[in-house]
Write a protein that binds this ligand. Structure first.
Ligand SMILES: [Zn+2]
Length: 131
């Protein structure tokens, strides 16, 4: 069915949510609580999710794991920012939404801590290594 009376702009609004990038240092994060999608960008173009997460949250300390209802995996990892300045990196993300950060990897925040969830055992072990 066609809708000849509607403009392309109207259709854009209907079909896609707004993904507005937020710059954190040299990485831009476009995280959407409507569809759970995350895009990682730099001034040179798309950035690999692992690299981007390391740039934003690499200094965060793994505080442990917990059971989380409604999370993509039964157990999620809890990361705490080392300083108030680093905590502000969380402001780039919508609160209390599970975002697809990469293949098999989801993240969420309440504005205070970062939660990571993965359905892949190997990735889980990589993330918890060194704790
Ligand atoms: Zn979206």
């Amino acid at each position: 069915m066609s809708h000849p009376g509607r403009s392309l702009a109207d259709m854009d609004r209907d079909q896609w949510c707004e993904h507005k990038p937020v710059w954190v240092g040299r990485v831009a994060v476009a995280a959407c609580d409507e569809c759970g999608r995350v895009d990682w960008l730099s001034s040179e173009g798309p950035v690999d999710h692992a690299e981007a997460i390391a740039a934003l949250f690499g200094s965060y300390d793994l505080a442990g794991s917990m059971q989380a209802l409604g999370a993509p995996s039964p157990e999620v990892l809890v990361y705490v920012p080392p300083s108030a300045r680093k905590r502000r990196h969380l402001d780039a993300l919508p609160r209390r939404a599970w975002l697809k950060a990469g293949p098999h990897l989801w993240m969420s925040t309440d504005g205070e801590v970062l939660l990571l969830a993965t359905t892949q055992r190997q990735l889980f072990e990589n993330l918890t290594r060194g704790a």
